[in-house]
Design a protein around this ligand. Structure first.
Ligand code: NAD
Length: 488
């Protein structure tokens, strides 16, 4: 992979912009510098928003839905045609195993263009005929118009997947976008610019400005008066700052934020499946998945056995570099994040947790010593009101607590400011439905985790988010619904 600096992508062209500022993109596997990245400030954001505004009224806006759909299919094909380049870039930026990104991140990145092209192609229109005093009546029908220039602010944990999850529907609905990828992971978003050009996406429809949040590209973009709506995925604290910026000018927001998700394991579950599901939900992507489990509640009858089995599973994980096809987990995203997660590991010990496994840094040799590695970690013995049980850690760790009754576990699972996801493990289907309907979160899995049909509604309640994206639900955010009333 080339070490050339990462440029912005504005109006169909790569540019360094005028800020003259660069920052380093660091490989979390060994702390080495992958490349420099140009930082965008006000002038770069202004140029990108202006290009997006022009394309909205010009090229993209004048195309038929079908013409746009055909181009988006080409974008999906373009990602697949350059699959290995995307895979290499994503794993370099994040340190995640190639075996994981090959099955999740890159295929989903491509699918996000195809599926939303299909959604918009098949979207029906509603119509109502009404009576009028002259007896001739009137006809109402609705049309969907693009909302305008959409700011896309994306995180680092699933960079291509989560960015395209927003760009796909935004473009399908006829909007234009300015993307601000995470400063930790600019590579695949940059590569997507080339695919857009190859697919024939007109200049200005897809723009990228790199940089940070406050006093940098992120804040300038969300504050820009010509941005019509903002879609954000990231931390709840950042989302709060962005909502304040969006209030100016009454811009709409879609917010996908943090979680502290519970898994509920009843004594009548299929234990093998429950252990396997909870293992994935805690440790996949080094625990850096918003839907991941950090609180596990296990019915007392099987508590000891479950803890023993999860410990065995965690100790069998291969924490290794992206090219190791047998790797189950890579490093965390950065040394800063490693410091945060290790801070929670130390806090758990200080609070008196039983450290069932992990709690430190795995032994590494050579350059890998400089990477952001942490051990898969399991605790028991803490109260529900400890910081370990209340704050999102975003690392490969969980706390396991025993429970006795259904009512008790529902109350404890809901005792959080977050409401993103949960998983419930039981062979009693009535109980599964009954409990599932009472957990206050956007996504409930029964005897599974992270099974995603992209047509379904995705999003969180409470401090985990506002709005739903996915399938036709994305249309609510990415379009304005207009009613037209025709007097007959
Ligand atoms: P983050 O909030 O630190 O950053 C997300 C993005 O916001 C980055 O691009 C960042 O540069 C930008 N940003 C930061 N401050 C800003 C500001 N003031 N104005 C504009 N932009 C700003 O999040 P992260 O650390 O990249 O990602 C991890 C978080 O994302 C976790 O909390 C996780 O739960 C959450 N997440 C949620 C979902 C979901 O669907 N609900 C999915 C993935 C991740």
């Amino acid at each position: 992979m080339s070490k050339d600096p990462i440029l912005h992508f504005i109006n169909g062209e790569y540019t360094a912009g005028t800020s003259g500022k660069v920052f380093q993109n660091i490989n979390p596997v060994d702390g080495s510098v992958i490349c420099d990245v140009y930082e965008g400030l006000k002038p770069e954001v202004d140029a990108a928003v202006s290009a997006a505004k022009n394309a909205l009224k010009g090229t993209w806006g004048s195309m038929t839905t079908d013409e746009r759909v055909q181009i988006l299919y080409k974008v999906a094909d373009g990602i697949n045609a350059r699959f290995d380049e995307f895979l290499e870039a994503e794993c370099k930026d994040t340190g995640k195993p190639k075996s994981l990104a090959r099955h999740i991140d890159i295929p989903r990145g491509a699918a996000n263009f195809k599926i939303f092209a299909d959604v918009i192609k098949n979207e029906p229109t509603e119509a109502f005929s009404m009576a009028t005093p002259d007896g001739k009546g009137a006809l109402n029908y609705t049309i969907r118009s693009p909302k305008g220039v959409i700011a896309v602010i994306s995180p680092w944990n699933l960079p291509l997947l989560l960015m395209t999850w927003k760009v796909g529907p935004a473009l399908a609905c006829g909007n234009t976008v300015v993307v601000k990828p995470s400063e930790e992971t600019p590579l695949t978003t940059s590569l997507l610019g080339e695919v857009m050009n190859e697919a024939g996406v007109p200049a200005g429809v897809f723009n990228v400005v790199n940089g940070f949040g406050p006093e940098s590209a992120g804040a300038y973009l969300t504050e820009h008066a010509d941005v019509d709506a903002i879609t954000f995925t990231g931390e709840t604290r950042t989302g709060t700052a962005i909502m304040k910026a969006a209030a100016e000018g009454m811009r709409d927001v879609s917010m996908e934020m943090g979680g502290k998700n519970p898994a509920i394991i009843f004594a009548d579950c299929d234990l093998d499946k429950a252990v396997e599901g909870v293992m994935r939900s805690v440790f996949i992507n080094c625990g850096q998945v918003c839907l991941g489990t950090e609180r596990v509640y296990v019915q007392r009858e099987i508590f000891d056995e479950f803890v023993g089995r999860l410990k065995q599973g965690a100790e069998g994980l291969n924490v290794s570099h992206p090219d190791d096809e047998k790797a189950n987990m890579g490093p965390l995203i950065s040394m800063d994040h490693q410091k945060k997660v290790l801070g929670y590991y130390a806090l758990a010990k200080k609070l008196g947790a039983n450290v069932i496994t992990g709690g430190g840094v795995p032994e590494k040799t050579g350059d890998y010593k400089n990477g952001a590695w942490v051990e898969p970690t399991i605790w028991t013995g803490l109260d529900d009101d400890s910081a370990i049980m209340r704050e999102e850690i975003f690392g490969p760790c969980c706390h396991i607590s025993p429970f006795d009754t259904e009512e008790e576990v529902i109350e404890r699972a809901n005792d959080t400011v977050y409401g993103l996801a949960c998983s419930i493990w039981t062979e009693n289907l009535s109980k599964a439905h009954r409990v599932g309907g009472q957990i206050d979160c956007g996504l409930t899995w029964i005897n599974s985790w992270f099974l995603r049909d992209l047509r379904t509604a995705f999003g969180g309640s409470k401090q985990s988010g506002i709005g739903r994206e996915g399938g036709v639900h994305s249309l609510e955010f990415y379009t304005e619904l207009r009613n037209i009333c025709v007097k007959l």
